[in-house]
Design a protein around this ligand. Structure first.
Ligand SMILES: N[C@@H](CCC(=O)N[C@@H](CS)C(=O)NCC(=O)O)C(=O)O
Length: 321
């Protein structure tokens, strides 16, 4: 369990989480950074056998956030033979680094395809910012996967840098991920994160999908509340962090398509999610989009686990080369 620090029972070859790059196959430019100075040292909090691979939970001192951060990773058995493609899995409001791994059943399909899964926490924790724990949809558990520019949030709420610089580097150096084959998916706030980070960092992420994403945060209460505090009161300043507004000014950033699943019994759909705005933006941008609307499914993980197999296969196909 991620919340219980325990003595790791890692195999001998994995007890040190640094300096094993040479055994994990080829490493790219980012691998060089991971070897210097021990800045990316990881503390193994828990490890479990899972579909012939390893499910691990880590804590580390995050330079991007300035606080300890936790993340989880599923390493498939294929990593014993060399670097493997990586899929970042971003969870929604109130979730932790544990939620997706425990509830989505993604490991079963990631093991089949040889994909490594990385699930970060959903915000910094314990930043000491007044009000950070007051609301379930803002502050702790609600980092929105962006770098805040407004004080006091900008002191720690830097989830975009954390994921795109720090965690990606760790995944491809200390861990056996391939920096050239990285995809991103997410749920709700994490779906927003996936659609936005993929568009903001097209060189990093080669595939993108989402479950019930907050697809037009400028238009919904969750997004307005978070963006207003993290990015400032002027909605003009939010355009670069809104999946639909980014797509409106793009031209087919993902020629191999984007996959979104949305439950039609989702209680947040009408007020918070706005997939139709992203759909319209994709049409304008000539971006292929598969947006599947499913009667009878709500916002939760029973919905996600129903369709996770398709998302893992979608990413595996695009990350294979
Ligand atoms: N405010 C409610 C709703 C939060 C919620 O639905 N969070 C979604 C993401 S937006 C989630 O994935 N929750 C975790 C779960 O369903 O296990 C709560 O605190 O439970």
């Amino acid at each position: 369990m991620a919340g219980d620090p325990q003595e790791p029972q890692a195999p001998q070859s994995q007890q040190s989480q640094q300096g094993q790059q040479g055994q994990q196959g080829q490493q790219g430019q980012q691998g060089q950074q991971g070897q210097q100075g021990g800045a990316d040292a990881l503390e193994l909090l828990g490890e479990h056998g899972c579909f012939a691979g390893r499910q691990r939970f880590y804590r580390h001192a995050s330079a991007a956030i300035g606080l300890p951060m936790r993340f989880s990773v599923f390493i498939p058995a294929q990593a014993e033979k060399g670097r493997v493609p990586v899929l970042f899995c971003l969870a929604g409001l109130t979730c932790t680094e544990e939620t997706f791994m425990v509830k989505a059943n993604a490991q079963r399909y990631a093991a089949e395809h040889g994909l490594m899964l990385v699930a970060p926490d959903t915000s910094p924790r314990g930043a000491g910012i007044p009000g950070e724990d007051d609301d379930w949809d803002f502050g702790t558990g609600a980092g929105f996967y962006l770098d805040a520019v407004c004080e006091p949030w900008s002191r720690a709420y830097r989830m975009e840098s954390y994921i795109c610089d720090e965690l990606l580097r760790i995944a491809a150096t200390v861990l056996p991920g391939d920096a050239g084959r990285v995809g991103i998916c997410g749920h709700s706030m994490g779906g927003h994160g996936a659609l936005v980070l993929a568009q903001r960092h097209p060189g990093l992420f080669r595939s993108v999908s989402a479950f019930a994403p907050i697809a037009a945060p400028s238009l919904c209460p969750w997004g307005r509340k978070a963006f207003g505090a993290y990015l400032g009161p002027d909605p003009q300043d939010w355009a670069g962090h809104d999946a639909s507004r980014l797509m409106e000014r793009a031209h087919c950033p993902f020629p191999e398509g984007i996959l979104i699943d949305q439950g039609l019994d989702d209680g947040f759909l009408a007020e918070q999610l706005h997939p139709e705005a992203f759909e319209a933006a994709c049409a304008r941008a000539a971006q292929p989009l598969t947006l599947r609307r499913h009667a009878g499914y709500d916002h939760g993980y029973y919905f996600i686990t129903t369709f996770i197999r398709d998302h893992i296969a979608f990413h595996a196909e695009r990350l294979r080369a």
